[in-house]
Design a protein around this ligand. Structure first.
Ligand SMILES: [Zn+2]
Length: 244
C-alpha cells in the first residue's frame, strides 16, 4: 500500500485552508493510478476549491516499484538537505539489490520511471543525453537548460531538450548503438551500485566521461570511418564513444 496523509495548505490566492492529500510513499504496483499521475506529472497538482487557484504542491516523496527493482526519492528543490542518506541495505536487507535514486523535480521522477520501466540503465541514458546536449550546444548554438529521456524502441532512443530562451522542447534522437556504447562506458567507469540513494544526472555523466577520457591512450586512436549509410544522428549518438 502507498502511504497517504493529508494536511491543511493555505491557498496562495485567497488564504483559505485547504485540506490536501499527500502521498509521501508510493507503491507502483498497488496504486497504478498514482503511477499514472507521476507519469503525466499531475501528482503534485493542487487546486483551491474556494477560488479555483491552481498551483503545484511539492513535498518529499518516495516512489517504489518493487517488481522492477527501483526506488526514486523526490527531494524537491531546497528540501534535499532534510533527506539523510541511510544505509538502507543494512536496515532493510531486502532492498540491497534495489536501484536507489534521488531526484529534485517531478519531471525527473517521471524520467527515472520511464527509463527503468523501459529496462534501460539510467547512467548510460545520462551519457547519451549529455552527448546529445553537447551537440545541440556546440553545433547548433542552443544551450539546453533541461533535457529528459522520452522513450526508446528497438532502434532509437529519444530525448526532449529545453533550450534557453525557447518556449517549446526540441526532440533529439539517436540510435540504440549509441546507447549500447554508452552502456559499456558506464559499466567500466561508474561507481558500483551502493545502498544509498544517489543522484544519477548530467554531473554523473560528466564525471564518467572525464574518467573515460583519462583512461584513453595518450595518442588517440583514429575514429572509425563512417559508412555512407550512417545518419547524422547516429554520429551524434556515438559521441560518448569518441576518444578525443
Ligand atoms: Zn483560494
Amino acid at each position: 500500500m502507498s502511504t497517504e496523509m493529508s494536511k491543511d495548505v493555505a491557498c496562495p490566492e485567497c488564504g483559505a485552508a485547504v485540506r490536501t492529500e499527500m502521498w509521501p510513499g508510493i507503491r507502483a504496483e498497488s496504486d497504478p493510478q498514482l503511477r499514472a499521475r507521476a507519469l503525466d506529472e499531475t501528482l503534485f497538482d493542487w487546486k483551491c476549491p474556494k477560488c479555483g487557484c491552481k498551483a503545484r504542491f511539492l513535498y518529499p516523496c518516495l516512489y517504489h516499484d518493487k517488481s522492477r527493482g527501483f526506488m526514486v526519492y523526490l527531494a524537491p528543490n531546497g528540501s534535499g538537505a532534510e533527506f539523510q542518506p541511510v544505509d538502507v541495505g543494512e536496515r532493510f536487507p531486502q532492498l540491497a539489490g534495489v536501484k536507489k535514486r534521488v531526484v529534485a523535480s517531478p519531471a525527473e521522477l517521471k524520467e527515472k520511471i520511464l527509463i527503468f520501466e523501459a529496462g534501460l540503465d539510467d547512467c548510460a541514458v545520462e551519457l547519451v543525453k549529455y552527448a546529445l546536449a553537447s551537440v545541440l550546444e556546440e553545433k547548433y548554438g542552443r544551450k539546453a537548460v533541461r533535457g529528459y529521456f522520452s522513450g526508446a524502441d528497438a532502434d532509437r532512443i529519444s530525448f526532449l531538450f529545453f533550450p534557453e530562451g525557447e518556449s517549446g522542447p526540441v526532440l533529439r534522437r539517436t540510435t540504440m548503438d549509441g546507447y549500447r556504447k554508452s552502456l559499456e562506458i558506464a559499466r567500466r567507469f561508474r561507481r558500483p551500485e551502493g545502498n544509498e540513494f544517489v543522484p544519477v544526472d548530467s554531473v554523473t555523466a560528466r564525471d564518467i566521461l572525464a574518467e573515460y577520457r583519462g583512461a584513453q591512450p595518450a595518442a588517440p586512436e583514429a575514429p572509425e570511418k563512417e559508412s555512407a549509410g550512417e545518419t547524422k544522428e547516429k554520429k551524434e549518438g556515438e559521441q560518448p564513444g569518441c576518444a578525443d
